[in-house]
Design a protein around this ligand. Structure first.
Ligand code: XMP
Length: 509
């Protein structure tokens, strides 16, 4: 495995991605990690990431410099390289010209990191400091016009540095450089795949849980479903899932989940229908944040009460993914960590004295989907688009009533059916309908109507942080609009949302 030390670069996750794409396991750790922990991970190599700091700033991040004496190959990228050079006796100075963007890299010899790489290749630079003197034992392996020390190495000590970013797409041969580091320098094996991951985590869960019981809050989304299936394969009936129906779900959602997870996969699930509790509490509430608070609070109470009925439960499982972990442990952990904590079933473990199990905590979303497939889960579950915890509650703008929920459910069902039928479901990050609190005039048959408007929202995105409205074909939009107005009583107008995030958000509330 490879350890990546996180010096705060925006590209850290990308480094981890690239290494894993080479089928080598890799873990991101903060610079504060102690040397014994690094040793206990038995890494085949260490990558020091880039970062926004200058090595001369007072609080610039540092990792224990003993890593350079472990005999483990180290690759420093950008700030990581400068940290290495500075530590080992070289000099880093403010560059006369900040270098940002594409640069032509001149490779001295097609060896070690540059094996199978042309003498001249493009690389992506983003730095304000430059190396003016290398430590003893190092030699320059590549340069650009602006940066004489664009790459350097000390082969004897297995230390390598790249001033540019091999992990980004803008360095076309970057992946080959990383491959060279992993396989030629570190001697890694290509053995990280979901089959071995599943086998190992099933064993780990068995060892950790023993004959105790595990509780899992099941939402029906990809993450919690895959977590359920994985734990179920490890401990079978000792897993109990709790699914809370908050009355804000989509058409037949609970029933579909029952068939897929309970009947087909034989997972022990308690379905709690708390619709009345939620809908009564939401009666007359129009403020989006108030809606969220009410829904969140009742969810906790209902889940808590149900979990207490399960005697002898020692563990609470969660479908936390790697990006959440990285963000909350980041060396420069900004407000992201606080935002994320709201999404988990926070508070429960402390109150109930349950130990946490998070078997997906080292996986990215697409890896979770592959894992789901490896575990034999149906496509329909693996490819579900994200659905917010407050559900249709934040897609009915204004007051939530049972009648309006029925209208939106029908609309949503038609929309998803058409999106799927036209092959767009997997291509879109999310596609859904929003029921507006205003009415418009229409004419149906010979009669004037005065009915609801729905907006269709379909976006593409990688991580929900930014999103673009999907350019769906007019033919598909026409079919969706036509079916909704004809088939759903109470709707006489359909609008298509053409705003991106930012400045809009994905949800309307
Ligand atoms: P926005 O609307 O902020 O949404 O662009 C980004 C992503 O988060 C989802 N979302 C939520 N998920 N509880 C959740 O569990 C919420 O309160 C919530 N609000 C938004 C949204 O569906 C999108 O995927």
């Amino acid at each position: 495995m490879i350890v990546v030390i996180d010096f705060g670069s925006q590209y850290n996750q990308l480094i981890a991605r690239r290494v894993r794409e080479c089928r080598v396991f890799c873990q991101i750790e903060p610079p504060g990690i102690d040397i014994d922990t690094i040793k206990s991970l038995k890494p085949d190599g260490i990558i020091l990431s880039g970062g926004p700091s200058s090595i001369y700033e007072k609080n610039s991040p540092k990792v224990d410099t003993a890593i350079f004496d472990l005999g483990i190959p180290v690759l420093g990228i950008c700030y990581g390289m400068q940290f290495m050079v500075d530590t080992l006796g070289g000099t880093v100075k403010k560059a006369t010209k900040r270098e940002y963007g594409f640069a032509e890299l001149n490779v001295k010899k097609p060896e070690s990191l540059f094996e199978k790489i042309d003498q001249s290749t493009t690389c992506w630079m983003s730095h304000g400091d430059s190396i003016s003197k290398l430590p003893k034992g190092f030699s320059i392996t590549a340069s650009t016009d602006n940066t004489p020390v664009a790459a350097a190495e000390n082969v004897k000590k297995n230390l390598y540095g790249l001033q540019f970013h091999p992990e980004v797409e803008h360095t076309p041969k970057g992946k080959q450089m990383l491959r060279n580091f992993l396989f030629n320098v570190c001697g890694c094996k290509r053995n990280w795949n979901m089959k071995t991951f599943a086998k190992e985590s099933i064993q780990q869960i068995k060892d950790a849980v023993g004959d105790k019981k595990v509780i899992l809050g099941l939402s029906g989304g990809v993450d919690s479903s895959v977590t359920a299936v994985l734990i179920h394969q490890a401990i079978g009936k000792h897993l109990t899932c709790i699914f809370v129906d908050n009355g804000l779900l989509r058409l037949n959602e609970a029933a579909k989940l029952k068939i897929m997870l309970k009947q087909h996969l034989k997972i022990n699930i308690r379905f709690v229908n708390a619709s009345k509790l939620f809908l009564d509490a939401l009666d007359g509430v129009t403020d989006p944040e108030k809606k969220r608070k009410i829904i969140g609070k009742i969810f906790m109470d209902v889940f808590d009460a149900e979990a207490k009925k399960i005697k002898g439960a020692d563990f609470l499982a969660q479908g936390t993914l790697y990006p959440d972990i990285i963000e909350s442990q980041s060396a420069f952990g900004g407000p992201t960590s606080i935002i994320k904590s709201h999404h988990n079933v926070g508070g429960l473990p402390k109150k109930m004295k349950l130990k946490l199990i998070e078997p997906l905590k080292y996986l990215f979303k697409d890896e979770v989907r592959i894992l789901g497939k490896t575990l034999g889960m149906p496509e329909e579950l693996i490819w579900r688009q994200p659905f917010p915890g407050p559900g249709l509650g934040i897609r009915i703008i204004g007051e939530i009533t049972r009648k309006r929920l029925t209208v939106l459910r029908k609309v949503d069902d038609i929309l998803i059916e058409e999106i799927k039928a036209h092959g767009y479901y997997k291509k879109l990050w999310q596609s859904f309908a929003v029921l507006l609190p205003i009415k418009s005039v229409g004419v149906m048959g010979d009669k004037r109507t005065y009915e609801n408007i729905v907006a269709i929202r379909a976006v593409t995105s990688k991580d929900a942080m930014t999103a673009d409205w999907a350019r769906l074909p007019h033919k598909l939009l026409a079919k969706i609009s036509n079916r909704i107005i004809n088939e759903v009583n109470g709707v006489n107008r359909v609008a298509y949302d053409i705003s991106s995030k930012p400045p809009s958000t994905i949800e309307w509330e």
